[in-house]
Design a protein around this ligand. Structure first.
Ligand SMILES: [Zn+2]
Length: 156
């Protein structure tokens, strides 16, 4: 029995429901791992690059343990510092809307403590930005007309 530390590999397959999966190491060998072999609260997904310790047991059977996620294949959201629990977390988007559905918004919550990390723009905010944009355009058009009016006045 022996161990090989700091091995790098790729998650071939992992099932959250079944609680186990396989990592393909540099030698193209598939290593079994269980959910308890993952370090931290975040679970790996298929295609993620991970660091792990290879555990070689009796009859040359290998398994992976002390698995740390190195790189996400599909990074959904940037990891941010949560002020609620002082951890680096991947915020969870949560959708909510008013009873009239005019103010549907997305808030980002901490998956560990539920702390509200930040608010992404909502429906009303987008609408307000469009109105403001149209207003600024109209205003610049008016200024343009005024400048031309005085220019004609001076030239003549
Ligand atoms: Zn938190």
């Amino acid at each position: 029995m022996s161990t090989k530390h700091n091995q790098k590999g790729q998650v071939k397959w992992f099932s959250q429901e079944r609680g186990y999966g396989y990592i393909t190491n540099n030698e193209k060998k598939d290593l079994y791992f269980g959910v308890k072999d993952i370090e931290g609260a975040e679970l790996p997904e298929n295609g993620d690059i991970v660091f792990f310790t290879e555990y070689i047991g009796k009859e040359n059977t290998s398994a992976a343990t002390d698995i740390k996620i190195f790189e996400r294949k599909n990074p959904k959201l940037k990891r941010v510092h949560c002020k609620g629990c002082e951890r680096k977390v991947e915020p969870k988007p949560w959708y909510y809307g008013g009873s009239d559905y005019t103010t549907v918004s997305i808030v980002l919550l901490c998956p560990f403590c539920g702390y509200r990390i930040s608010k992404k723009g909502g429906g009303f905010n987008t609408f307000a930005k469009i109105i403001l944009g149209v207003f600024v355009l109209a205003l610049s058009f008016v200024f343009y007309k005024i400048i031309w009016f005085f220019r004609n006045f001076i030239v003549k």
